[in-house]
Design a protein around this ligand. Structure first.
Ligand SMILES: [Zn+2]
Length: 125
């Protein structure tokens, strides 16, 4: 079973637009290397979109680990050149990713601050 609770409809005309875990999304197909990427469909407005649309991964040929590593370096205060050197990517790539991620982060800020990333030490009490 696919966990789609972190996704939402990306059609701004749809009543379910931006609502995560509304139960309106289904997986219609898989694509890409090893069929790891999912095409999602909104039952409400019938829109289809890639699960990567709207994320820094969309349209990127880098694997998620590399993107995560690049953004991790930037988040820790590395400059664009330094992060590029450490992750062995062009600094233009670092700049592009951080711009997209920054926009994305701003858009989702209110939601993400209420959601803690998984922590192996367990929930904070
Ligand atoms: Zn929709």
């Amino acid at each position: 079973m696919d966990d789609l609770s972190r996704f939402c409809c990306l059609n701004s005309d749809c009543p379910e637009y931006g609502k995560r875990g509304a139960g309106n999304l289904t997986v219609t197909s898989r694509y890409g290397p090893d069929k790891q990427r999912r095409m999602l469909r909104c039952r409400t407005c019938k829109a289809r979109f890639s699960e990567r649309k709207g994320t820094p991964l969309f349209g990127s040929h880098l694997d998620p680990e590399t993107v995560g590593s690049i953004l991790g370096h930037v988040a820790e205060g590395c400059g664009v050149r330094q992060a590029g050197r450490l992750c062995k990517v062009n600094r233009g790539t670092v700049g592009r990713l951080s711009r997209i991620a920054g926009r994305h982060a701003r858009d989702l800020h209110d939601e993400l601050v209420a959601l803690s990333p998984p922590d192996p030490r367990g929930p904070v009490r």
